[in-house]
Design a protein around this ligand. Structure first.
Ligand code: FER
Length: 327
Protein backbone atom coordinates (compact mmCIF):
# COMPACT_ATOMS: atom_id res chain seq x y z
CA UNK A 1 0.00 0.00 0.00
CA UNK A 2 1.47 3.35 -0.92
CA UNK A 3 1.75 6.22 1.50
CA UNK A 4 -1.24 8.18 0.22
CA UNK A 5 -3.45 5.11 0.42
CA UNK A 6 -2.32 4.55 4.01
CA UNK A 7 -3.11 8.12 4.96
CA UNK A 8 -6.53 7.84 3.32
CA UNK A 9 -7.22 4.57 5.12
CA UNK A 10 -6.12 6.04 8.47
CA UNK A 11 -8.35 9.03 7.85
CA UNK A 12 -11.28 6.79 7.01
CA UNK A 13 -10.77 4.67 10.13
CA UNK A 14 -10.47 7.78 12.27
CA UNK A 15 -13.59 9.31 10.79
CA UNK A 16 -15.54 6.08 11.26
CA UNK A 17 -14.29 5.76 14.83
CA UNK A 18 -15.21 9.34 15.60
CA UNK A 19 -18.69 8.95 14.17
CA UNK A 20 -19.12 5.83 16.26
CA UNK A 21 -18.20 7.62 19.47
CA UNK A 22 -19.76 11.01 18.97
CA UNK A 23 -23.31 11.56 20.16
CA UNK A 24 -25.84 11.46 17.36
CA UNK A 25 -26.04 14.69 15.39
CA UNK A 26 -29.61 15.86 14.82
CA UNK A 27 -30.75 15.37 11.25
CA UNK A 28 -30.84 18.50 9.10
CA UNK A 29 -34.21 20.18 9.33
CA UNK A 30 -36.69 20.49 6.52
CA UNK A 31 -36.58 23.94 4.89
CA UNK A 32 -39.37 23.63 2.34
CA UNK A 33 -42.98 23.67 3.49
CA UNK A 34 -46.30 24.22 1.71
CA UNK A 35 -47.91 27.59 2.51
CA UNK A 36 -50.04 27.61 5.63
CA UNK A 37 -53.16 29.38 4.32
CA UNK A 38 -56.49 27.54 4.38
CA UNK A 39 -57.27 25.47 1.29
CA UNK A 40 -60.52 23.60 0.74
CA UNK A 41 -60.29 19.81 0.65
CA UNK A 42 -60.25 18.74 -3.01
CA UNK A 43 -63.20 16.87 -4.41
CA UNK A 44 -62.98 13.11 -4.07
CA UNK A 45 -60.90 13.09 -0.88
CA UNK A 46 -63.69 11.29 1.00
CA UNK A 47 -63.95 8.57 -1.65
CA UNK A 48 -62.15 5.27 -1.09
CA UNK A 49 -58.58 5.63 -2.32
CA UNK A 50 -57.24 2.97 -4.64
CA UNK A 51 -54.29 2.38 -2.35
CA UNK A 52 -55.58 2.78 1.17
CA UNK A 53 -54.05 2.12 4.54
CA UNK A 54 -55.44 0.03 7.35
CA UNK A 55 -56.76 0.73 10.83
CA UNK A 56 -55.60 -1.63 13.57
CA UNK A 57 -55.76 -1.41 17.35
CA UNK A 58 -53.16 -1.48 20.05
CA UNK A 59 -53.60 -2.23 23.73
CA UNK A 60 -51.38 -0.77 26.39
CA UNK A 61 -51.17 -0.59 30.17
CA UNK A 62 -51.47 2.83 31.73
CA UNK A 63 -52.37 4.57 34.97
CA UNK A 64 -54.76 7.16 36.25
CA UNK A 65 -52.22 9.98 36.27
CA UNK A 66 -54.94 12.43 37.32
CA UNK A 67 -55.45 10.54 40.60
CA UNK A 68 -53.92 7.67 42.51
CA UNK A 69 -52.19 5.97 39.60
CA UNK A 70 -54.65 3.06 39.50
CA UNK A 71 -53.55 0.77 36.69
CA UNK A 72 -55.72 -0.25 33.76
CA UNK A 73 -55.59 -1.31 30.13
CA UNK A 74 -56.48 0.93 27.24
CA UNK A 75 -57.00 0.70 23.50
CA UNK A 76 -55.89 3.16 20.85
CA UNK A 77 -56.50 2.90 17.10
CA UNK A 78 -53.58 3.04 14.73
CA UNK A 79 -53.76 3.98 11.05
CA UNK A 80 -51.01 2.24 9.09
CA UNK A 81 -50.51 3.81 5.65
CA UNK A 82 -50.64 1.91 2.38
CA UNK A 83 -47.45 -0.08 1.88
CA UNK A 84 -46.65 -0.35 5.56
CA UNK A 85 -44.63 -3.53 6.03
CA UNK A 86 -43.80 -4.60 9.57
CA UNK A 87 -40.79 -6.57 8.32
CA UNK A 88 -39.26 -3.60 6.51
CA UNK A 89 -37.53 -2.01 9.47
CA UNK A 90 -35.48 0.27 7.20
CA UNK A 91 -38.57 2.29 6.27
CA UNK A 92 -39.64 4.58 9.10
CA UNK A 93 -42.78 6.58 9.66
CA UNK A 94 -43.68 9.85 11.34
CA UNK A 95 -46.46 9.61 13.92
CA UNK A 96 -49.44 11.91 14.45
CA UNK A 97 -51.43 11.47 17.67
CA UNK A 98 -54.95 12.87 17.33
CA UNK A 99 -57.20 13.36 20.37
CA UNK A 100 -61.00 13.46 20.29
CA UNK A 101 -63.21 16.10 21.92
CA UNK A 102 -65.48 16.18 24.97
CA UNK A 103 -67.76 13.15 25.29
CA UNK A 104 -65.86 11.29 22.58
CA UNK A 105 -63.72 8.19 22.52
CA UNK A 106 -60.75 6.60 20.80
CA UNK A 107 -63.19 5.37 18.13
CA UNK A 108 -64.31 8.86 17.03
CA UNK A 109 -62.01 9.26 14.05
CA UNK A 110 -61.31 5.77 12.76
CA UNK A 111 -64.38 3.86 13.99
CA UNK A 112 -62.56 0.65 14.81
CA UNK A 113 -60.33 -2.04 13.35
CA UNK A 114 -60.52 -2.21 9.54
CA UNK A 115 -63.21 0.48 9.44
CA UNK A 116 -63.29 2.96 6.55
CA UNK A 117 -64.35 6.28 8.07
CA UNK A 118 -64.17 9.63 6.31
CA UNK A 119 -61.12 10.55 8.39
CA UNK A 120 -59.40 7.36 7.27
CA UNK A 121 -60.27 8.02 3.62
CA UNK A 122 -59.09 11.62 3.92
CA UNK A 123 -55.69 10.52 5.22
CA UNK A 124 -55.53 7.80 2.54
CA UNK A 125 -56.18 10.37 -0.19
CA UNK A 126 -53.75 12.92 1.21
CA UNK A 127 -51.01 10.29 1.10
CA UNK A 128 -52.11 8.80 -2.25
CA UNK A 129 -52.03 12.27 -3.83
CA UNK A 130 -48.60 13.06 -2.47
CA UNK A 131 -49.76 15.87 -0.15
CA UNK A 132 -47.54 14.33 2.53
CA UNK A 133 -45.28 11.41 3.24
CA UNK A 134 -47.08 8.31 4.47
CA UNK A 135 -47.43 8.57 8.23
CA UNK A 136 -48.92 6.64 11.13
CA UNK A 137 -51.94 8.24 12.81
CA UNK A 138 -52.89 7.20 16.34
CA UNK A 139 -56.22 7.99 18.00
CA UNK A 140 -56.11 7.45 21.75
CA UNK A 141 -58.51 8.71 24.41
CA UNK A 142 -57.96 10.79 27.51
CA UNK A 143 -60.91 8.98 29.15
CA UNK A 144 -60.12 6.94 32.19
CA UNK A 145 -62.40 4.81 34.38
CA UNK A 146 -61.18 6.42 37.59
CA UNK A 147 -61.84 10.04 36.69
CA UNK A 148 -64.89 11.48 34.95
CA UNK A 149 -63.46 14.98 34.87
CA UNK A 150 -62.40 15.51 31.26
CA UNK A 151 -60.39 18.62 32.10
CA UNK A 152 -58.25 16.73 34.63
CA UNK A 153 -57.84 13.78 32.27
CA UNK A 154 -56.69 16.11 29.49
CA UNK A 155 -54.31 17.94 31.76
CA UNK A 156 -52.53 14.78 32.86
CA UNK A 157 -52.69 12.90 29.56
CA UNK A 158 -49.11 13.91 28.71
CA UNK A 159 -47.89 11.43 31.33
CA UNK A 160 -49.76 8.61 29.65
CA UNK A 161 -48.52 9.74 26.25
CA UNK A 162 -44.86 9.73 27.21
CA UNK A 163 -44.77 6.81 29.65
CA UNK A 164 -47.22 4.39 28.07
CA UNK A 165 -48.71 5.27 24.68
CA UNK A 166 -45.59 6.32 22.75
CA UNK A 167 -43.60 3.32 24.05
CA UNK A 168 -46.44 0.97 23.06
CA UNK A 169 -46.97 2.42 19.57
CA UNK A 170 -43.42 3.31 18.66
CA UNK A 171 -41.97 0.19 20.25
CA UNK A 172 -44.27 -1.83 17.99
CA UNK A 173 -44.39 -0.04 14.64
CA UNK A 174 -41.54 1.14 12.43
CA UNK A 175 -40.98 4.73 13.45
CA UNK A 176 -37.98 7.04 13.79
CA UNK A 177 -37.80 6.15 17.47
CA UNK A 178 -34.70 4.02 17.89
CA UNK A 179 -35.59 3.06 21.45
CA UNK A 180 -38.58 3.84 23.61
CA UNK A 181 -36.53 4.92 26.59
CA UNK A 182 -36.79 8.59 27.45
CA UNK A 183 -33.70 9.43 25.37
CA UNK A 184 -35.00 7.66 22.26
CA UNK A 185 -38.37 9.38 22.49
CA UNK A 186 -36.76 12.79 22.90
CA UNK A 187 -34.33 12.22 20.02
CA UNK A 188 -37.23 11.53 17.65
CA UNK A 189 -39.47 14.44 18.71
CA UNK A 190 -39.38 16.11 15.28
CA UNK A 191 -40.99 12.98 13.86
CA UNK A 192 -43.91 13.17 16.28
CA UNK A 193 -46.99 15.43 16.29
CA UNK A 194 -49.89 15.80 18.69
CA UNK A 195 -53.23 17.37 17.87
CA UNK A 196 -56.74 17.36 19.17
CA UNK A 197 -60.19 18.85 18.88
CA UNK A 198 -61.98 20.95 21.52
CA UNK A 199 -61.13 19.26 24.85
CA UNK A 200 -58.51 17.43 22.80
CA UNK A 201 -57.15 20.84 21.88
CA UNK A 202 -56.90 21.76 25.58
CA UNK A 203 -55.10 18.43 25.92
CA UNK A 204 -52.77 19.43 23.06
CA UNK A 205 -51.78 22.69 24.80
CA UNK A 206 -51.07 20.66 27.95
CA UNK A 207 -48.95 18.25 25.93
CA UNK A 208 -47.06 21.35 24.82
CA UNK A 209 -46.58 22.24 28.49
CA UNK A 210 -45.61 18.81 29.79
CA UNK A 211 -44.12 16.99 26.80
CA UNK A 212 -42.40 19.60 24.64
CA UNK A 213 -39.23 17.54 24.88
CA UNK A 214 -41.05 14.59 23.35
CA UNK A 215 -43.22 16.30 20.72
CA UNK A 216 -42.14 18.78 18.02
CA UNK A 217 -45.41 19.55 16.22
CA UNK A 218 -48.78 20.63 17.63
CA UNK A 219 -52.23 20.90 16.07
CA UNK A 220 -54.73 22.43 18.51
CA UNK A 221 -58.08 22.46 16.72
CA UNK A 222 -60.99 24.52 18.07
CA UNK A 223 -59.85 24.91 21.65
CA UNK A 224 -57.87 27.50 23.57
CA UNK A 225 -55.16 26.75 26.10
CA UNK A 226 -56.43 26.13 29.61
CA UNK A 227 -52.91 25.97 31.01
CA UNK A 228 -53.53 29.08 33.13
CA UNK A 229 -57.25 28.60 33.75
CA UNK A 230 -60.37 27.27 32.04
CA UNK A 231 -61.09 29.36 28.92
CA UNK A 232 -57.89 31.26 29.68
CA UNK A 233 -57.45 32.01 25.98
CA UNK A 234 -60.49 34.27 26.21
CA UNK A 235 -60.34 35.53 29.79
CA UNK A 236 -56.59 35.67 30.37
CA UNK A 237 -55.04 35.90 26.90
CA UNK A 238 -51.99 37.90 27.98
CA UNK A 239 -51.21 35.61 30.93
CA UNK A 240 -51.87 32.51 28.83
CA UNK A 241 -49.58 33.64 26.00
CA UNK A 242 -46.85 34.59 28.46
CA UNK A 243 -47.27 31.29 30.27
CA UNK A 244 -46.89 29.36 26.99
CA UNK A 245 -43.80 31.40 26.14
CA UNK A 246 -42.24 30.71 29.54
CA UNK A 247 -42.77 26.97 29.05
CA UNK A 248 -40.49 27.08 26.02
CA UNK A 249 -37.83 29.09 27.85
CA UNK A 250 -37.99 26.83 30.91
CA UNK A 251 -37.20 23.83 28.71
CA UNK A 252 -34.18 25.76 27.42
CA UNK A 253 -35.76 25.67 23.97
CA UNK A 254 -36.13 28.33 21.29
CA UNK A 255 -38.50 29.29 18.49
CA UNK A 256 -36.64 26.82 16.26
CA UNK A 257 -37.62 23.81 18.35
CA UNK A 258 -41.36 23.42 17.67
CA UNK A 259 -44.23 24.24 15.31
CA UNK A 260 -47.87 25.01 16.11
CA UNK A 261 -50.49 24.72 13.37
CA UNK A 262 -53.71 25.74 15.13
CA UNK A 263 -57.09 26.27 13.58
CA UNK A 264 -60.83 26.65 13.89
CA UNK A 265 -63.89 27.95 12.06
CA UNK A 266 -65.52 31.38 12.24
CA UNK A 267 -68.79 29.91 13.60
CA UNK A 268 -66.98 27.67 16.07
CA UNK A 269 -67.60 28.27 19.80
CA UNK A 270 -63.82 28.15 20.25
CA UNK A 271 -63.17 30.96 17.72
CA UNK A 272 -63.71 33.80 20.24
CA UNK A 273 -61.61 31.88 22.78
CA UNK A 274 -58.65 31.25 20.51
CA UNK A 275 -58.49 34.67 18.81
CA UNK A 276 -57.32 36.79 21.77
CA UNK A 277 -54.80 34.19 22.85
CA UNK A 278 -53.26 33.77 19.39
CA UNK A 279 -53.15 37.57 19.03
CA UNK A 280 -51.16 37.78 22.25
CA UNK A 281 -48.89 34.89 21.27
CA UNK A 282 -48.07 36.70 18.02
CA UNK A 283 -46.73 39.62 20.04
CA UNK A 284 -44.24 37.38 21.88
CA UNK A 285 -42.26 36.94 18.71
CA UNK A 286 -38.97 35.93 20.30
CA UNK A 287 -40.65 32.55 20.87
CA UNK A 288 -43.84 32.46 18.74
CA UNK A 289 -43.15 33.55 15.18
CA UNK A 290 -46.39 33.86 13.26
CA UNK A 291 -45.90 32.98 9.61
CA UNK A 292 -47.56 32.13 6.32
CA UNK A 293 -45.00 29.39 5.77
CA UNK A 294 -43.09 27.39 8.36
CA UNK A 295 -39.82 28.29 6.66
CA UNK A 296 -40.34 31.73 8.25
CA UNK A 297 -41.72 30.88 11.68
CA UNK A 298 -43.42 28.38 13.95
CA UNK A 299 -47.02 29.51 14.54
CA UNK A 300 -50.10 29.56 12.33
CA UNK A 301 -53.84 29.96 13.01
CA UNK A 302 -55.89 28.50 10.18
CA UNK A 303 -59.42 29.85 9.84
CA UNK A 304 -62.18 28.09 8.00
CA UNK A 305 -64.77 30.67 6.95
CA UNK A 306 -68.18 29.52 8.23
CA UNK A 307 -66.74 26.48 10.01
CA UNK A 308 -68.59 25.16 13.07
CA UNK A 309 -67.44 23.25 16.15
CA UNK A 310 -67.70 19.91 14.38
CA UNK A 311 -65.96 17.15 12.46
CA UNK A 312 -66.03 19.13 9.20
CA UNK A 313 -63.72 21.73 10.70
CA UNK A 314 -61.48 18.98 12.09
CA UNK A 315 -61.12 17.40 8.62
CA UNK A 316 -60.11 20.74 7.17
CA UNK A 317 -57.57 21.68 9.78
CA UNK A 318 -56.03 18.20 9.58
CA UNK A 319 -56.00 18.45 5.77
CA UNK A 320 -54.25 21.80 5.94
CA UNK A 321 -51.98 21.20 8.90
CA UNK A 322 -50.59 17.70 8.62
CA UNK A 323 -48.64 18.22 5.34
CA UNK A 324 -46.69 21.03 7.05
CA UNK A 325 -45.32 18.73 9.73
CA UNK A 326 -42.29 16.50 10.23
CA UNK A 327 -38.69 16.27 9.25
C1 FER B 1 -63.07 25.84 23.71
C2 FER B 1 -64.42 25.75 23.41
C3 FER B 1 -65.11 24.58 23.75
C4 FER B 1 -62.44 24.78 24.34
C5 FER B 1 -63.13 23.64 24.67
C6 FER B 1 -64.47 23.54 24.38
C7 FER B 1 -60.39 23.92 25.14
C8 FER B 1 -65.14 22.31 24.79
C9 FER B 1 -66.43 22.14 24.77
C10 FER B 1 -67.05 20.86 25.15
O1 FER B 1 -66.36 19.83 25.31
O2 FER B 1 -68.25 20.86 25.31
O3 FER B 1 -62.37 26.96 23.41
O4 FER B 1 -61.12 24.95 24.58
Amino acid sequence: MNRIAKILLAGLLLATGLTGCASKEPEPRKTVFPDNAFQEIPEGYFDAAENGGMVVSIKYDTKNYSGDEEEFEKTAYVYLPYGYDQDDTEKRYNVFYLMHGGGGSEKDFFGGVLEETDMKKLIDNMIANGDMEPCIVVTPSYNNPYNGDATACCKYFANELVNDLIPAVEGTYNTYTENVKSSGIKDSRMHRAFGGFSMGSACTWWVFEYALEEVGYFMPISGDSWCVEQTGGLNKPVETAEYMRQIVLDYGMTKDDFYIYSGTGTNDIAYPNMNPMIDEMKKLDDVFVYCDNFKDGNLYYCIREGGWHDINTIYRIVYNGLPKFFG
